[in-house]
Design a protein. Sequence first.
Length: 352
Amino acid sequence: MPTTEVLTESATSKYVQTAKWRLHYNEAGDGRPLILLHGGGAGASGWSNYSRNIPALARHYRVFAFDMLGWGKSDTAVPGDRDHVEALELALDALELDQVAIVGNSLGGRTALRFAAHHPERVSHLIPMGAPAPGVNVLGPPNDKTDGILPLVRAYFDPSPANFQAMVAAFAHDPALAEDADLARARSEAALARPDHLENMRLSLSSGDLNGPPQLFQALPPLLAELTVPTLIVQGRNDRAVHFENALRLMAMIPSSRLYLINNCGHWAQMEHPRGVQPRRARVHLRTLTPLERARLHNLALTGQLTSHTGQPLVTTGARGQASPVAPSCTSSATSTACTPTRPEPVLPYRK
């Protein structure tokens, strides 16, 4: 699809019939396939989560934003048969996509982690964003009892605009997004349009089978420890739904991972910091880099010559070395000097 066109939900809307379910997705762009997986709130869809990002991403990749099983325009997911890893595998088979990069927000990140752990040969790059990690939280409450998740659950039982406004306020750190009444109203309308999704999710909440058996997710650590897929973990420092300790735990579990922790950012990094999630001037495409290219990028970052779209130096972090500190950006006048910390822009992970 030509990316010079204005991308709308209806213009990019498609369906795929898999061996088991019919799934809806939005497709745009050409190039290497990039899968976008949405979160688990009522009324969520691929388009609602990523519409702010798809036009920019589609200039470089063939983007697929799925409505996962039990959400959006896709088939509903009955209790006991709602495994998103199975649904994604069948969708990729039907679309004849052998290997893809995957971005997963929240519940979509949980799916992305399980899929990469069980099918690493089909994942070129992994980007969990605001994603829970297996294990037990130490710094905050359990992931199903956080200040962000509790209003999400209430919205499933009473999908009113007021309850969705409370959920949006808990998810967003930016006041402009937190107070967005149009967003809350749209999510309420989308949820009410699929009462079958709401009912099946309510029945599944008590068992924890939101997108597959919960015990399979908790059993991931040994598989993640063996994962060699390049992984960029994106996390909002102010996320009230999934505490940032989950991101630290994921980075400790996945040897091939880097962590991009964003200040002044809640659960929806792709909405609050779209330019940080999709690099501009210092873009490294989802492709294989030679050892020489990797060394060059590393040296440029360390010397401050690799800059973000704002002109600020980037910082690289990960398994191969410590982060290099970046001096604050300062402006001086005759009476004062004001300094603000830089917000480094992530470099998409490379293929070893």
